[in-house]
Ligand binder design. Structure first.
Ligand code: ATP
Length: 320
């Protein structure tokens, strides 16, 4: 493949126009993606969005129909084995024989220049399981073993697909903490996930895919600002006469960043941008009535942003 122009030279992953069809059906459609050193980028989207196909092309496990890809400076279609020796990628559950012990798996996967496995097993909380057969590990322990194997050979880039799928909340939490440790040690990570909380907790940037195309990308905060909707502020208003209530609602309506104010059964609901929260708070403290003790604020979050993005019809894909 020819060299990619117009991309920052230091990108660890650089993709332009990646397209892949199965039996004539396009499942990855002109995807552009850059991942820079030290980032954790989350690839998120509905089932069948094309995420796994895209990352398989990045690892040289599938041949794209069109597009230019560089991963760690290599062309995955041409240099697949060399590339896969340099990147840490997560095994699927069937990737290890049932009877292999944790310590044996580590020995098997260690290449020249591998790091000491002891501290790594310690760091991921499975050092005590070194003599345990793979089949006897819990789901969370298996995922942590996959992380150890992915990191053993000191990769600059790790690609993780559905890392916490099927895990219970405690195991999910410990695997996420392990990925956060990766991030903190400067490894670049591409994380394919359905889990919004996972993306929000771990990723510097999130790329949202639907039906083979990228709908939007940005930091969780940017995506929330663009698609997250309003903050919702609710509180009880004392029983006042109609004119006083109407005046109060009018004052609220005029506050900066407030979009709408509704009033039902003595509860006021204010919708607006985040600054509306502080303005409503100031308005409440400036009133002669006692401060309401039932004030409730719902912030716009990434889940709401993704929901609105993924359910919005006919969005046009965005550039890298
Ligand atoms: P999920 O989140 O469900 O894992 P995904 O975003 O990773 O989905 P892919 O697994 O890449 O999406 O699948 C994209 C589309 O391609 C789906 O419609 C899937 O059924 C189809 N597909 C995947 N692999 C193959 C294959 N080997 N042959 C034919 N179709 C395939």
């Amino acid at each position: 493949m020819e060299s990619i122009s117009g991309t920052a030279p230091e990108a660890v992953i650089s993709v332009r126009g990646l397209t892949k069809a199965y039996a004539g059906r396009v499942v990855v459609d002109h995807v552009d993606l850059d991942v820079f050193p030290g980032e954790i980028v989350g690839l998120i989207g509905a089932n069948g969005a094309g995420k796994t196909t895209a990352v398989e092309c990045l690892q040289g496990l599938r041949r794209p129909d069109a597009g230019k890809i560089r991963v760690l400076g290599l062309d995955p279609a041409r240099d697949g084995p060399l590339l896969r020796a340099q990147l840490g990628s997560q095994l699927q559950d069937s990737g290890l024989p049932d009877r292999i012990r944790v310590g044996e798996a580590v020995e098997l996967f260690a290449g020249p220049g591998a790091q000491e496995p002891g501290p790594l097993l310690e760091r991921f909380g499975i050092a005590a399981r070194a003599r345990t057969a793979y089949a006897a590990l819990s789901g969370g322990e298996r995922q942590r073993l996959f992380l150890v194997l992915a990191l053993l050979n000191r990769p600059r880039l790790v690609i993780l697909d559905e890392l916490t799928q099927g895990l219970d909340p405690a195991a999910r939490r410990s695997v996420r903490a392990a990925v956060a440790q990766l991030r903190d040690s400067g490894v670049t990570v591409l994380l394919v996930t359905h889990e919004v909380a996972e993306a929000e907790a771990l990723c510097n940037r999130v790329v949202v895919m639907k039906a083979g195309r990228i709908l939007d990308r940005g930091t969780p905060a940017e995506l929330i600002a663009r698609h997250g909707g309003h903050a919702i502020i609710r509180f009880g208003l004392p029983r006042l006469d109609n004119a006083t209530t109407a005046a109060a609602l009018q004052q609220l309506n005029r506050l900066p960043a407030v979009q709408s104010v509704t009033h039902a059964e003595h509860t006021v609901t204010v919708r607006g941008g985040r600054p509306a929260i502080a303005h409503v708070g100031a308005w409440l403290t400036g009133r002669p009535d006692p401060i309401p003790d039932d004030l409730d604020v719902a912030l716009p979050d990434l889940e709401g942003a993704l929901l609105s993005l993924l359910t919005e019809p006919d969005r046009t894909a965005v550039a890298a």
